[in-house]
Design a protein around this ligand. Sequence first.
Ligand code: BGC
Length: 264
Amino acid sequence: MLKGQKALVTGANSGIGKATAIALGRAGADVVVNYVAGREDAEKVVAEIASFGVRAAAYEADVSNEEQVVAMLDRMIQEFGTIDILVANAGLQRDAPFTEMTLAQWQKVLDVNLTGQFLCAREATKEFLRRGVVPEVSSAAGKIICMSSVHQLIPWAGHANYASSKGGLQMMMQTLAQELAPKKVRVNAVAPGAVKTPINRSAWETPEAQEDLLRLIPYKRIGDPEDIANAVVGLSSDLMDYVVGTTLYVDGGMTLFPGFATGG
Ligand code: BGC
């Protein structure tokens, strides 16, 4: 489905990024696996992707560092020829009650989750526009998938920095989509709900936590990273060529106000 396309997935050494990089490789794309720490894990992801007969490589870069992002894209263009798909996925949490939240915690989350996506999207877009559409490869000049969250919509006490970063991301994604659509660059977002990854271990690792969490999920299943990866593959492919500026919620219904299933 993505044969001949070159994809970059940030934060691809674990969690949703890892599953997404693998799924893109399985769908035929060559994949750059970005990581900031955890080289060994990134190399394992690369080996798994390479076993599908496509090309893969691990690149270290901090997405919130402009110089490193520019260097990463330069290197990808040199070694892979171009970029067709950017999955701006790298993200983190630094949770704290509001009055205890330090400026450093606020800044770190905004830097990685929002500025990091800005920098990666900007550098990838420069290459999309330089190269333009290559019809044998894709109907679009490039595709950007922003990894958002249900918390671009759902306020989240104790996570003011994280929810703000994702809320900001929604408007960035829509604005880029509007600005770049005439140039044939498709920008969309995937908004996962609760997915079993290291970022939210405390929300699913004990039976009590699981029970609490499942109350927020009408579909009564915690998501797997592959649920998100499959959505990203779909949005990246020409099957979804007319999907522009949309957020695809992949959340088992978490955004359906489950508290209102009874009452109200
Ligand atoms: C957060 C997780 C959380 C999920 C649902 C995600 O964006 O990173 O920690 O479990 O949203 O609340």
